[in-house]
Design a binder for this molecule. Structure first.
Ligand SMILES: *Cc1c(COP(=O)(O)O)cnc(C)c1O
Length: 383
């Protein structure tokens, strides 16, 4: 059976040029980037070359980038690193109810350590109101963390407005931009943001590598101790093949951003119109903001069928989708994101996320709509 991959928000296939770049690094004899000999210097050159490439594409200085083991580690470093560095100034953190678990579970850990966290609500489209951010600020607020584009519903947050409020009050502002990278133009220097998380495997790079942008002169305590790598902000020998692959992935994603996002937008639009024809407009509902959204993610509820049943049936037809985040699938708990949007119970129970990307074709999209129609008919007959 031919498989159709519509789960790019969970992970993306590695771009062939990225794989080439990584293979070359792995085949070459390279030393440890901390060594003083020739091999070490070559390794250091490679890591710093990758850093220059990424910095140029996302509008920051190379020394403002810390390589990490992925988006989760970047979020952890941002939150725990700021909490430890700023705890003398206060112990209050503001975030939102719809963050990725890498942020939410870190906040829960910080609450156990005596920090207080305000989880801001969202509207029915999953958007945070900047006025509510302003109202939540206290004299002891040290950090605001709001994601750029949501991984379950695609809704984009008003980052520039929230950042302006944070800056006015002198509060550190962290943004999880893992899903936004490659989809939205990103210039760290032009945004009022102090910390920004990125992950390689969401943009057709390898898994297990990412970066945290740390604005120059920002106080950040490390969360990992050992060598002096990454200007003492992240100890440990660099994942050279991963970092080189990540840089190549960023370079390609930025060079091709307009064409890739135009394709993504087209596939989502075609999926929606094919569904309208195949199963009628009443049989599904779009969750998330109708226009302020990432181009590659769409979240749909099919109220007649619960998410697990739909996912299993889709999988049997060779279609890979997801019920919200990969981290919540497998558990039957409704998504914390959709819950925060106060959707009707029938929508919560039946939500499916489709996320498109490199390699998807028009034929795959029309086949998906067709198969969803077949599945719904089959399940209706059984009732
Ligand atoms: C995938 C994802 C992460 C985690 O990144 P990993 O590299 O998988 O650890 C964090 N935030 C968002 C929004 C994501 O989509």
């Amino acid at each position: 059976m031919k498989h159709i991959y519509l789960d790019h928000a969970a992970s993306t296939p590695i771009h062939p040029e990225v794989a080439e770049t990584m293979l070359k690094v792995m085949r070459e004899q390279l030393g440890n980037a901390s060594s003083v000999h020739y091999f070490g210097r070559e390794a250091k050159r490679l890591v710093n070359g990758a850093r220059d490439t990424i910095a140029a594409r996302i509008g920051c200085r190379p020394d403002e980038l810390v390589f990490t083991g992925g988006g989760t580690e970047s979020d952890n470093l941002a939150l725990f690193g700021t909490a430890s560095a700023c705890k003398a100034d206060g112990r209050h953190i503001i975030t939102t109810a719809i963050e990725h678990h890498a942020v939410l579970h870190s906040c829960e850990r910080l609450e156990k350590d005596g920090f207080e966290v305000t989880y801001l609500p969202v509207d029915r489209y999953g958007q945070v109101n900047p006025d509510q951010v302003r109202e939540a600020i206290r004299p002891d607020t040290i950090l605001i963390s709001v994601m750029y584009g949501n991984n379950e519903i695609g809704t984009i947050q008003p980052i520039a407005e929230i950042g302006a409020i944070a800056r006015e009050r002198g509060i550190v502002f962290h943004v999880d931009a893992v899903q936004a990278l490659g989809s939205l133009p990103i210039s760290c220097r032009d945004l009022p943001v102090d910390l920004m998380s990125f992950s390689s495997h969401k943009i057709n790079g390898p898994q297990g590598v990412g970066a945290l942008y740390v604005r120059k002169d920002l106080q950040l305590e490390p969360i990992q101790y050992g060598g002096l790598q990454e200007r003492k902000r992240r100890a440990g020998t660099e994942n050279m093949a991963g970092i080189a692959g990540f840089a190549k992935a960023v370079e390609l994603a930025e060079a091709e951003r307009e064409t890739r996002t135009a394709d993504d937008r087209l596939w989502i639009q075609e999926l929606l119109s094919a569904l309208e024809q195949r199963i009628t407009r009443e049989a599904f509902h779009l969750n998330g903001h109708p226009t302020d959204r990432l181009p590659h993610i769409v979240n749909l509820s099919f109220p007649e069928v619960d998410s697990e049943t739909m996912l299993m049936n889709l999988d049997m037809e060779g279609i890979a989708a997801s019920s919200g985040s990969a981290c919540t699938s497998g558990s039957l708990e409704p998504s914390h994101v959709l819950e925060a949007m106060h959707l009707p119970a029938s929508f919560l129970r039946s939500a499916i996320r489709f996320s498109v990307g490199l390699g998807n074709t028009r034929k795959e999209i029309s086949e998906t709509a067709e198969k969803i129609g077949t599945i719904l008919e089959r399940l209706r007959r059984r009732k």
